[in-house]
Write a protein that binds this ligand. Structure first.
Ligand code: 0O2
Ligand code: 0O2
Length: 267
């Protein structure tokens, strides 16, 4: 193919990368806007360089006319996550979209089955429909989903491979493999912290909901003219609200609620 032919050939891939980037970035924006945790940290995308496509076609013994069908990562999207667990949330999200705006061709779990090099990521190959000036077209695209640590490792290893043109010296290769294991250990450590952060966030939520409830009920009692009880409950609240333990707050909340039920029953 000549330069102009390549340019024409790559247009739908460029459009697909742009569209997919917008779609995954907007998930992150949407979740953050409503105050929810986003499993997507950031998204990048690229169209494979012509020289890399030619190299890969040669390596895989693919004829020119079969490139679109046989080379799956001409359009590539990369989704970075904070935690390994987030990868599977993103995978589920893509599976839910299977059959709507994209079709999953197959998946490769290089996290459970990491590569000989030490490479870890989750790959999903999709068929993606795209509108071109010459009508609709379906192209193949690869979505790579990985943690920040996996991305850090892969970025450096990729540049080393490029530098050494695949022939990385044995002693460096060994250290890269060690670094891959270290990156995975880092992910595991972070997963442990993630669980604790989630628990702390939940505790904080319970505490603030209980406090709102107590204050709302004390206010209701005040409106009902129960001054004696209001002073009593307020004093109890002042005593327990600073405690880090939520149990005393919950006890007081229940006591006030029961009292309100009681007087509601009498009235
Ligand atoms: P924001 O609001 O800065 O996050 P384009 O701008 O469309 O031409 P693209 O793909 O968006 O191209 O840009 P690129 O250079 O591929 O980077 C994609 C996004 O990932 C950029 O954000 C980068 O800031 C972000 N990014 C790159 N590396 C890191 C990183 O290590 N950590 C974090 N958190 N983000 C990173 P945006 O899209 O410009 O928007
Ligand atoms: P680019 O454009 O430089 O990103 P193979 O060629 O056999 O390794 P295959 O079977 O065609 O690969 O697809 P695979 O391995 O599922 O995915 C290929 C892409 O995954 C690569 O693109 C990389 O982006 C990434 N990848 C796979 N293995 C490794 C690895 O050991 N190290 C790093 N850093 N990345 C890897 P390309 O071809 O490098 O293209």
């Amino acid at each position: 193919m000549h330069t102009t032919e390549w340019r024409k050939f790559l247009i739908p891939y460029e459009n697909a990368v742009e569209e997919l980037k917008v779609k995954f970035k907007s998930i992150r924006t949407e979740l953050r806007t409503i105050g929810e945790y986003s499993p997507i940290e950031f998204v990048t995308g690229r169209v494979k360089r012509v020289s890399s496509i030619i190299e890969k076609a040669k390596k895989l013994e693919v004829e020119n006319e079969d490139i679109a069908e046989k080379i799956e990562d001409i359009a590539g999207i990369r989704i970075m996550c904070q935690f390994v667990e987030d990868i599977y949330t993103v995978v589920d999200y893509i599976r839910e979209r299977d059959g709507s705006d994209l079709d999953i061709v197959y998946e490769k779990d290089y996290i459970t089955n990491y590569k000989e090099s030490g490479y870890r990521s989750y790959h999903i190959i999709i068929n993606y429909p795209i509108q071109t000036a010459l009508g609709p077209k379906v192209i193949l695209a690869e979505i790579q989903i990985r943690t920040l640590a996996m991305n850090f490792w892969a970025t450096i290893e990729h540049s080393l491979k490029y530098k050494y043109k695949q022939n990385i010296p044995i002693h460096i290769e060994g250290r890269i493999k060690k670094a891959a294991d270290a990156a995975f250990k880092l992910d595991q450590e972070m997963s442990g912290i993630r669980h604790e952060i989630r628990q702390a966030q939940k505790m904080f939520e319970v505490r603030s909901k209980t406090i709102s409830n107590i204050l709302r009920n004390i206010h209701a009692l005040q409106k009902a003219g129960r001054t004696k009880e209001v002073i009593e409950f307020q004093a109890q609240f002042n005593k327990v609200w600073e405690n880090t333990e939520v149990v005393d707050l919950k006890k007081l909340d229940k006591e006030i609620s029961n009292f309100i039920d009681e007087i509601d029953g009498i009235n």
